[in-house]
Each structure stands twice: as structure tokens, then as C-alpha cells.
Design a protein around this ligand. Structure first.
Ligand SMILES: Nc1nc2c(ncn2[C@@H]2O[C@H](COP(=O)(O)OP(=O)(O)O)[C@@H](O)[C@H]2O)c(=O)[nH]1
Ligand SMILES: [Mg+2]
Length: 344
């Protein structure tokens, strides 16, 4: 089974729509939901979008051809939109190559060209396989360890994910391995309850690896489908972080040999360049297999999604566009580019 199948509703024979009318109603409801989700994504990215395009409009105002000056300004627009220097340079180079090939580019074409280049960059940094090649074994819990600095949105993301998964009929176990603060455990407990998931906890200050171990043991014994492990985000120093995360991983592998199946790094998108720095530190401390970028609502720094996925070659799996339980979206690069540039 592919990873995303986890989110598809487990078929309960009694629930399957049988009559054509029921099927049509179900299809219509689904369509309406997709439309609402699209709108919500657009709203969530509104600040990034308007910030970016107003800068872009200023950069090309009164100019008709894309020349060296316009490219300089474009570079600045991309960098100040938190796309990151490395990715910005890549985009500018590609546009230069295009101009060299076509000899001439009108500033009115710039939007479309940028959109193309950004879309193709994002395609390159994401595996083409729909599931990023992740396989979920029926009968063994799929284990996801969630890492990231304090305040990035780990606990919230785990809560939202758990809710989506339980809604799809999955049995979810959550491990409270951020044992550093009592409030962190209580906050997770609230989310677990809202989501209808089971949380495994110990006292504050206990060994995170031991909590992770208990959680996996319990999950296996109770036939859970998914395990989400919350961790502390202390960046005391790199070696400390590395040791702590390695210890948690090793202990989990004792219960389920190939666990964790996924290590998700949660980054706060509203911190812009800081998010790049965190990605650097965490990818050095442990093997990160996916990213979630939170708090894209209310920030103009959504360009980080483009830069980080390009620079670290790690797929963005989810984006957070609000504090609400249903405001975590599976990241879809096409929808993202459409939300930023409009549909084509
Ligand atoms: N606006 C917004 N706030 C978020 C989002 N994700 C998390 N938060 C908020 O960010 C704060 C820190 O989140 P938390 O999950 O406790 O972070 P943790 O320390 O990494 O576990 C909380 O106030 C969350 O409500 C998001 O996508 N949008
Ligand atoms: Mg937390």
C-alpha cells in the first residue's frame, strides 16, 4: 500500500454509496470540498502572493524588455521573497539561458516564464512517484518521527495529521517524546483527544527514547496503523541533538526493524531565512525524509517552500495554513504554483 492510501477512507462495506443518486451526491460533495480547499490555500498564501507580485510589478514598471537591469531587480525580488540565494541564482540563470536562446523577452512574459521555471524546479526536487516511494505494510504500524525546533509547529502538525488519519479510519498512536516541558505533554494530550488518537506518555523529564519504545510496543500490541512520535526541539548543540535523535531511532528499530519509516522536519515558514538554517542543522543531525512547512498563513515568506525543497532535495509533504485542526494540507506543487500565479 502506498503512503497516501493511509489517508483514503478505509472501505466499510456498509458505507459504500450504492445507488447512482448516492454516488452522484458523494461526487458532488467531493468536488465542492476540493473547491473550498483550493480557495483556502489561496487565502493562506495571499500575503506571499501579493508581496511577491507587487515587488515584481515594481521591478518591471516602465520597462518593456527583460534586460540585465530587470534581471538584477528580479533577483532582488526573489531573494527578498525568501526563495533563498542558491535557488534564486538557479532561476535567474535559467531565464538568462532562455533569453539567450530566444534573443528577446518581453517583460509581460516574465510572469509565465517565472511560473514555468518555479514549477519545473519544484518538480525536480520532488520525487516523481506519487508516494515518494514510501510503502506502508499492512499489519505493521507506519512510524513517523517528527523533529524541528521549539515552536515550529510539531505538536500542532501531529495533532492535525492524527485527526486526518483517524478520520480515514486509521488507528493512530502518538508518543509524547518531548518530555522536556510538562506543558508540551499536556498540549499533545489535548490534540490526541481531539483527534481520537491514543497517546503514550511518561513523566516530564523522562527519557524520550523510552517513551518512543513504549509507544511502539503498545502500537504493535494493539494493531495500530500509524505511530507519530513528537520530539523536543532543543538545539542545545549539534552533537547533543544528533545523539538524542539517534538514540530514539535506534530504540524504535528494536521494536520495528525498519522504523522510523519517515522522519519529518517541521519548519516555521514565517521565519524565512531562519527556516533554511534549521533545515541545515537538522539534516546534518539526522536523516530527514520529508518536510512540513507551517504558518504560511499570515506571512509573506512563503517563498521558503520553493527554496527549501530545491536546496535540500527533500520533498515538502505538508504545509500548515492555520492553527485549525483541518488546516494542514498535503503539499501539491501544482496547486501551490497555481495558488501563487493563478491557474493556467
Ligand atoms: N497560524 C498558524 N499557526 C500555527 C501553524 N502551525 C502551528 N501553529 C502555531 O504555532 C505555535 C507553536 O506550535 P507547536 O505545535 O506548539 O510547536 P512545537 O514546539 O514545534 O511543538 C502554536 O501556537 C500553534 O498554534 C500554522 O500552520 N499556522
Ligand atoms: Mg511541541
Amino acid at each position: 500500500m502506498g503512503f497516501f492510501d493511509l489517508f483514503k477512507k478505509k472501505k466499510d462495506s456498509a458505507e459504500v454509496a450504492s445507488t447512482p443518486e448516492e454516488q452522484a451526491a458523494a461526487a458532488q460533495a467531493e468536488e465542492q470540498k476540493a473547491e473550498e480547499q483550493k480557495q483556502e490555500l489561496e487565502e493562506g498564501l495571499q500575503k506571499t502572493k501579493s508581496g511577491f507580485f507587487s515587488k515584481l510589478a515594481r521591478a518591471v514598471a516602465g520597462r518593456s524588455t527583460v534586460d540585465a537591469d530587470v534581471l538584477d531587480d528580479l533577483e532582488e525580488v526573489l531573494i527578498t521573497s525568501d526563495v533563498g540565494v542558491e535557488t534564486t541564482v538557479k532561476i535567474i540563470n535559467r531565464i538568462e539561458e532562455r533569453i539567450a536562446r530566444d534573443k528577446y523577452m518581453n517583460t509581460s512574459e516574465l510572469n509565465t516564464i517565472l511560473r514555468d521555471e518555479i514549477a519545473s524546479l519544484m518538480e525536480e526536487s520532488h520525487s516523481k512517484r506519487e508516494d515518494f516511494g514510501l510503502e506502508v505494510k499492512e499489519g505493521t504500524p507506519y512510524v513517523m518521527m517528527v523533529v524541528g525546533v521549539n515552536g515550529a509547529g510539531k505538536t500542532t502538525t501531529i495533532g492535525k495529521l492524527a485527526a486526518q488519519l483517524t478520520k480515514a479510519g486509521r488507528k493512530v498512536y502518538i508518543g509524547a517524546a518531548d518530555t522536556f516541558r510538562a506543558a508540551a505533554i499536556d498540549q499533545l494530550a489535548v490534540w490526541a483527544e481531539r483527534a481520537g488518537a491514543t497517546m503514550i506518555r511518561q513523566e516530564m523529564g523522562s527519557d524520550p527514547a523510552s517513551v518512543a519504545y513504549d509507544t511502539l510496543k503498545s502500537a504493535v500490541a494493539n494493531g495500530a496503523d500509524v505511530v507519530l512520535i513528537d520530539t523536543a526541539g532543543r538545539l542545545h548543540n549539534k552533537v547533543g541533538l544528533m545523539n538524542e535523535l539517534t538514540k530514539i531511532r535506534n530504540v524504535m528499530a528494536k521494536v520495528i526493524p525498519d522504523a522510523p519509516h519517515e522522519v519529518m522536519l517541521v519548519l516555521d515558514g514565517s521565519t524565512g531565512q531562519n527556516a533554511f538554517e534549521q533545515a541545515r542543522q537538522f539534516t546534518q543531525a539526522t536523516q530527514v525524509t520529508s518536510l512540513t512547512i507551517t504558518k504560511l498563513d499570515g506571512t509573506a515568506k512563503g517563498g521558503v517552500v520553493i527554496g527549501i525543497s530545491d536546496q535540500f532535495h527533500i520533498p515538502v509533504r505538508y504545509i500548515g495554513i492555520g492553527e485549525g485542526i483541518d488546516q494542514l494540507r498535503m503539499f501539491n506543487r501544482k496547486d501551490f504554483v497555481n495558488a501563487l500565479f493563478g491557474e493556467q
